[in-house]
Design a protein around this ligand. Structure first.
Ligand code: ADP
Ligand code: C5P
Ligand code: MG
Length: 212
């Protein structure tokens, strides 16, 4: 069957994977909150950063060195790499609800996603964790001190990561804001307090009928 017909059938029968994008500065608490959402709402957590680190660590990976350089410099890896890691994870999971954490992070991410994935999935909303740079930096530095082993949890990389967030990711949030898809959360409070707000957003979405 032609793939456009298959897509139309999937859309009509709501069989498409459901996606929530999760964005916020480095250390805003995206991963922490995603874990809690997984426990209560049955989503699969896919962190673009985790997938890239996993790919980088594969012996003989074609992209290992490139990924490590981008990560240390706080730059965004070309979308072809990230999108195919995400697509493989989505298609290989056998599940239908995903938190895509740390993506799309710039215009290149957004264009690549819109070109090859967007019309095969249902974007539910975009969750944005708002947290000032000082708090984000503190959290990432303690994560590094606590043994994260991440090559970018240091002051020099963090400055670059935050600049990337302000200059490249914020415009993507503005784009989704215009589509009324953004749900903002004050992420400066304790993880449990932040989660109280997160939970309400997911509950309200379900009550409102979500995608039905
Ligand atoms: P992100 O995925 O956005 O980079 P993480 O969830 O990995 O952020 O959190 C960064 C660090 O801050 C971790 O060490 C985590 O334990 C801690 N953390 C997460 N949320 C909070 C919070 N609300 N208050 C204090 N520390 C937090
Ligand atoms: O989200 P996380 O903090 O784990 O991302 C770490 C790094 O991974 C980013 O600073 C960036 O270099 C890279 N990354 C990327 N493209 C994404 C997500 C992460 O290049 N969409
Ligand atoms: Mg994370």
């Amino acid at each position: 069957m032609a793939s456009s017909v298959l897509r139309a059938i999937r859309k009509a029968t709501k069989m498409q994977p459901k996606i929530v994008f999760v964005l916020g500065g480095p250390g805003a608490g995206k991963g922490t909150q995603c874990q809690k959402i997984v426990e209560n709402f049955g989503y699969v957590h896919l962190s673009a950063g985790d997938l890239l680190r996993e790919e980088r660590n594969k012996p003989g990976s074609e992209y290992g060195e490139l990924i490590e350089n981008y990560i240390r410099e706080g730059k965004i890896v070309p979308v072809e790499i990230t999108c195919s890691l995400l697509e493989n994870a989505i298609n290989g999971s056998g599940k239908d609800k995903f938190l895509v954490d740390g993506f799309p992070r710039n215009q290149n991410n957004l264009d690549g996603w819109n070109k090859s994935v967007a019309d095969k999935i249902q974007l539910q909303f975009v969750l944005v964790f708002e947290c000032p740079m000082e708090i984000c930096t503190e959290r990432c530095l303690s994560r590094g001190a606590g043994g994260s082993g991440r090559s970018d949890d240091n002051l020099e990389s963090l400055k670059k990561r935050f600049n990337t967030y302000l200059n490249e990711t914020k415009p993507i949030i503005d784009y989704y804001e215009k589509l009324s898809l953004v749900r903002r959360i004050d992420a400066t409070r304790s993880a449990d307090e932040v989660y109280d707000d997160v939970k309400k957003i997911f509950q309200d979405y379900d009550v409102a009928g979500g995608d039905k």
